[in-house]
Ligand binder design. Structure first.
Ligand code: KG4
Ligand code: ZN
Length: 358
């Protein structure tokens, strides 16, 4: 029986401090030995969003015991770890630097390889943590920081089919919630309020609905909601805004996901390649889930929703990339920099900010 690699993954790109230890079984499938995530929601909620300086301080405070807890929970000794993988980007530079420096020091002290990981590659491979998913597949990542359609062709071969040109979908939910007086992160609460509202009461804009392929834009929605939120007279008005907002999102995501299928199919695909994996915190929204399931059924796609603890920010997905790179002996030097804007698909155009051409 050959010794299987044991990888420590560290994640600190935004407001979650996380560490995980994974290995693989005799069949070569990943096995999660520990997966510890510490969220900073309580720190940021009074500010209505993530405050980078506070996030970095919280990472510094917690990283030692989060890594220690991941090692303790795995039941292994520190000397048994074969490599350390840390997120190097994209994300907030002050936050990335904490996990990256910690990982490098750890690797240096133990004299084991260090591996830098793109956070989006972690999301792209996260469904492989609990299923024997074959390449290729289409990934929709909808979180508080990212919204992308990615075709995952193989390990290391990713094509970005579409991305948001401004806010992420989770951010749009959170900003709408904030305008309704709901604490950050208010996305889940919007889903609850929407149940009691009239989804046809307000007509909100659908930015770039009829252009831009499967690129996304949500910033115009926030401006429209700001206007109507100034006239809120009672609770029912809030319910109606939440319901109308969510309905607009459903319409946008239906159309854009259909466009993403077309983009994905520009490469010849077999029936077994028609798989849509939906990852990120917003995938917890039941209305979005059932719309996407239905859309997949209509288009002969299999829809897969990994468990939220594996597809929202965590370090097991970072360790998963580390494991793959370890097997390919793809290591990094200890001077590897933090890369706040690191794109997964390096051929994809940077599509953020005013004046973007679609
Ligand atoms: O992937 P995730 O857990 O972490 C980060 O992006 O850091 O995603 C969190 C995002 C937040 O914006 C949150 O409001 C949103 O996912 N979210 C939801 C729901 N649950 C979480 N948005 C809409 N409906 C939900 N049920
Ligand atoms: Zn993420």
């Amino acid at each position: 029986m050959s010794k299987k690699p044991i990888i420590l993954g560290i994640e600190s790109s935004c407001d979650e401090t996380a560490a995980s230890i994974i290995t693989e079984n005799e069949q070569g499938s990943p096995v999660i030995l520990s997966n510890i995530v510490s969220s900073q929601v309580d720190i940021h909620k009074k500010f209505g969003g993530v405050v980078p300086e506070l996030a970095a301080r919280a990472h510094i405070d917690k990283i030692d015991w989060i890594v220690q807890s991941a090692i303790d929970e795995s039941g292994l000794k520190i000397e048994e770890i074969d490599a350390v993988a840390s997120t190097a980007g994209p994300g907030l530079i002050v936050c990335l630097s904490v996990g990256l420096s910690f990982g490098k020091s750890f690797a240096s002290a133990l004299n084991i390889p260090f591996i830098s990981v793109n956070h989006l590659e972690g999301h792209a491979l996260s469904p492989k943590l609990n299923s024997n998913l074959d390449y290729p597949y289409l990934l929709l990542l909808i979180s508080g920081g990212h919204s992308q359609y990615l075709s995952v062709e193989n390990i290391g071969v990713y094509k970005r089919l579409g991305t948001t040109i401004d806010d992420a979908l989770g951010e749009a939910f959170d900003k709408t919630a904030k305008l309704l007086g709901i604490e950050f992160p208010g996305g889940p609460k919007i889903e609850v309020l929407a149940k009691k509202g009239d989804s046809n009461k307000y007509k909100f804009p659908k930015p770039i609905f009829n252009k831009g392929g499967c690129n996304l834009s949500f910033a115009g929605l926030k401006t429209a909601i700001l206007k109507v939120s100034q006239n809120i007279k009672n609770e029912q008005d809030k319910f109606d805004i939440a319901a109308s907002f969510q309905k607009t999102i459903l319409d946008i995501m239906y159309k854009k996901t259909k466009n993403a299928f077309k983009e994905y199919e520009k490469n010849k695909r077999k029936l077994s390649d028609r798989k849509l994996i939906v990852a990120g915190g917003v995938a917890a929204n039941k209305e979005i889930r059932s719309m996407l399931k239905e859309l997949c059924n209509q288009n002969n796609y299999k829809s897969i929703f990994p468990p939220v603890e594996l597809c929202s920010d965590n370090a097991a997905m970072i360790a998963m990339v580390g494991l793959e790179k370890f097997k390919m002996k793809k290591f990094n030097h200890l001077d590897y920099p933090a890369k706040p804007r690191w794109q997964l698909d390096e051929n994809a155009a940077f599509l953020k900010g005013a004046g973007v051409k679609l």
